[in-house]
Each structure stands twice: as structure tokens, then as C-alpha cells.
Design a protein around this ligand. Structure first.
Ligand SMILES: *Cc1c(COP(=O)(O)O)cnc(C)c1O
Length: 400
């Protein structure tokens, strides 16, 4: 793709990205940027990364032909990239392994992380235990109430969970607090960000760690069907599972790329988490510039999604750029469409998908019938849905 590029030296993908942070964080980010640039050139770093992906995470994750679902829909063949089979149940571990290895290399044996629903907190606590690191997770007090099982998981894994009482007491406040804590203890502390967002160099670094998804998929599709899919589709919260699948495909002009945002209950107002599809303006949050849901005063808007992992008002800068240059199509799936897709995968394939991943599946289910049976849709099944059964039961009016 001719006009696509990695970020410039200031961390911009087109007009998105950069490093909008207080002066106190500039030095920490510069140190991180330099350490990552060195690690990136070091084959030993990638060898250690690949070893853990293989023996700890269980990679490569398979690509699976969802034959019964495809036959039921009567159109394109649907294939699933099974990130749900990774240790700890989602793609997030790919990134936390990479950042923990970098922390170790930098001699920082204390890690901190922000978390919303708790998935990134659990993935961070997991690798901290694996590498013998001290781990503190910042989590909104509101989310701590709503996500008790994940709070307990983090504690079982040895992490400390700090309740954040500021603002709306949710993910965006937890991220602010983690950044504040990082400033105060940058000497011994590494901040593990959970998605392809945040100030430079995080978006590029997280993407690089998640690219294992797309790199494996390319080999696996070639082996399975002798070519690449017609469409590759992934859900987009901050955008890490999607960019991990998309990035290796960007130069493959014949592969259509579709990013699915959380459409919530309506695309007007703030009952969704779909900054691009809803036509949000550009803004700055958490140290980077990108499309950002805002109210009429330019304040960060409230959001809603049935899936906690997609419930974020912004989107990683590389996605905003891929939207601007027209290489990726961004669409939204509603809560209801995601829930229907969740049910369909349970019943036709015996796989309980994460509600996040169900948004990508919803696009496939909606669009496969109009495609030919020799066409192929590859869906990134970013995580398993065991964590979501309480949410789904409640929506169905069933008491567990
Ligand atoms: C956190 C999460 C997401 C959303 O995050 P991205 O960075 O957009 O990938 C999607 N799927 C699952 C299973 C998650 O846990």
C-alpha cells in the first residue's frame, strides 16, 4: 500500500498519534522508545518472545473453518482465528508478554497496568507472576464493583488492585491514575498499556506484539485454502486485536479489511462506543490524538457497549489513519447483533465467544449470505466468552 507508513519519528500515523503528555512523562517515554528500538533489533528479544508465545501461551492459535455456521448462512465460508484458545483466554496476553520482556530487559521488576473490565489487569497479573515481578493494577471503583471475579483473579495471581475514585471511576480514570503513578516511580516501574493506544511508542509497540495474529493467519490460510481470505474482520475497542490481524495484510490489496466498532443501542448520542462510525471529531485523550467521542463542550463523552472490552471513547491512532486513507472499512455492530452472533456461535459451532469478538462475528453473519460460497471471511475470535456468561444470563432474564 503506497501511502501507508509506520509512524513518523514523532509517533504520528498521518495526523493521529503523537505524544501529548506532561513534561514529567517525556523522559520516561524517551527511555522506553530507545529501549524498544534496541530490543526490536535484537534477535534474542524476539526469540524469548516466541518461546513464551509457544510454550506459555500455546501458540500458534489455530484457524478453524466454521463449516456448520457457514452452511447455515448459505454464503461465504467463515474461518475463525482462535485467539480464544490462548492461555488466559484472549489476545491480550501476546502484548503483556512482550511488554514484560521489555520491562525485564530494562531492569524494571515492578509493573503497573490500567484495566476496565479486568481482562488486561488479569493478563498483566499473569505475566507478572510468570516473570516474578511486582504488579499493581489501577481499576475504577465502579468497575471493581461490577467485575468482582476478575478482581479476585488478579489477587490470586499476586497483584495488588488499587481502586480509583476520581471522575466516573471507570477505565479512563484508571488510565489517568496509572500514568500519574508511573511519573512518580519511573525509576523502578514499567507501565504496561493494554491496547494499541496511548502516547508514542505504545501504539506501534503493542501493534508489533499483536502482529503475531496476522502473521500466523497468513501462513495458515495459505496452508488451508491456498490463498488469502477475501475479507478479514476484527472488533475494535482501542484496536489491538484488530491491528494485529490487519497490519500484516495492509500490503495485500485483494484482502478487504473491516474493523467493527461497538454500536451499542444507537449510533446517535453516547449509547455506543463507535468513534469512527458515529463521525466523532479528533481530540486528545491519554496522551494521543485520534478520533474521540466528545460532548458539545468538547469533553470526553460517556460510552456504552454490552461488551466491557469495547467500551472506550477513543480508538488507536493507526486505525484512525487507516480510516483516513481508506484502507480499512470501519462499521458498527449493535449490542443486539453481537448477542445474536454470540448465540449463533454457541449453537452452530460449540464455541462460546467473548462479547467483544461477537461484534466481528456479527458482521460476518450479516454479510456472508450475500457472498458466494467460494468466498472467504476470516474473523478474529479475539477471546472466549466464559467471562461474559453473567452478562448474557442477566440480559436473558436468567438468574445464575
Ligand atoms: C480487551 C478485549 C478487546 C478489545 O481490545 P482491543 O485492544 O480493541 O483488541 C477485544 N476482545 C477481547 C476478547 C478483549 O478482551
Amino acid at each position: 500500500m503506497q501511502d501507508y507508513h509506520s509512524p513518523d519519528e514523532n509517533g504520528f500515523f498521518g495526523v493521529h498519534g503523537g505524544q501529548y503528555v506532561s513534561e514529567t512523562l517525556i523522559a520516561a517515554l524517551a527511555e522506553l522508545k530507545q529501549a524498544y528500538a534496541q530490543a526490536k533489533q535484537d534477535p534474542a528479544f524476539w526469540a524469548a518472545f516466541e518461546r513464551d508465545l509457544k510454550y506459555y501461551v500455546g501458540r500458534p492459535s489455530p484457524v478453524y473453518h466454521a463449516e456448520r455456521l457457514s452452511r447455515h448462512l448459505g454464503g461465504a465460508q467463515i474461518y475463525l482465528k482462535r485467539e480464544d484458545l490462548n492461555h488466559s483466554g484472549a489476545h491480550k496476553i501476546n502484548n503483556t508478554i512482550g511488554q514484560a520482556l521489555l520491562a525485564q530487559r530494562m531492569g524494571k521488576m515492578r509493573v503497573i497496568a490500567e484495566t476496565g473490565a479486568g481482562q488486561h489487569g488479569v493478563a498483566s497479573a499473569t505475566v507478572a507472576a510468570r516473570f516474578g515481578m511486582d504488579c499493581t493494577v489501577y481499576m475504577g471503583a465502579e468497575d471493581i464493583q461490577r467485575q468482582a471475579p476478575n478482581v479476585f483473579r488478579m489477587k490470586l495471581l499476586g497483584a495488588k488492585v488499587v481502586a480509583v475514585e476520581s471522575g466516573s471511576k471507570t477505565l479512563k480514570d484508571a488510565m489517568n491514575e496509572a500514568m500519574r503513578e508511573w511519573v512518580a516511580r519511573v525509576d523502578d516501574t514499567f507501565y504496561i498499556i493494554g491496547t494499541a493506544a496511548g502516547p508514542m511508542p505504545y501504539p506501534e509497540m503493542v501493534r508489533d506484539f499483536q502482529c503475531v495474529i496476522g502473521n500466523e493467519a497468513k501462513q495458515q490460510m495459505q496452508a488451508l485454502i491456498g490463498r488469502q481470505p477475501d475479507v478479514a474482520v476484527a472488533c475494535v475497542g482501542g484496536g489491538s486485536n484488530a491491528i494485529g490481524l490487519f497490519h500484516p495484510y495492509i500490503g495485500e490489496a485483494n484482502v478487504r479489511l473491516v474493523g467493527v466498532e461497538a454500536g451499542g443501542t444507537a449510533l446517535s448520542g453516547s449509547q455506543h462506543a463507535a468513534p469512527i462510525t458515529s463521525g466523532s471529531p479528533i481530540g486528545v485523550l491519554h496522551g494521543f490524538r485520534s478520533y474521540l467521542m466528545q460532548d458539545e463542550h468538547g469533553q470526553v463523552a460517556g460510552t456504552h457497549s454490552v461488551s466491557a472490552g469495547l467500551d472506550y471513547p477513543g480508538i488507536g491512532p493507526e486505525h484512525s489513519h487507516l480510516h483516513d486513507i481508506g484502507r480499512v472499512d470501519y462499521v458498527a455492530a449493535s449490542d443486539d447483533a453481537a448477542l445474536a452472533a454470540f448465540d449463533a456461535l454457541c449453537r452452530f459451532e460449540g464455541i462460546i465467544p467473548a462479547l467483544e469478538s461477537s461484534h466481528a462475528l456479527a458482521w460476518a453473519i450479516e454479510n456472508a449470505p450475500a457472498m458466494r460460497p467460494d468466498e472467504v471471511i476470516l474473523v478474529n475470535l479475539s477471546g472466549r466468552g466464559d467471562k461474559d456468561i453473567n452478562t448474557v444470563a442477566k440480559l436473558k432474564g436468567i438468574a445464575l
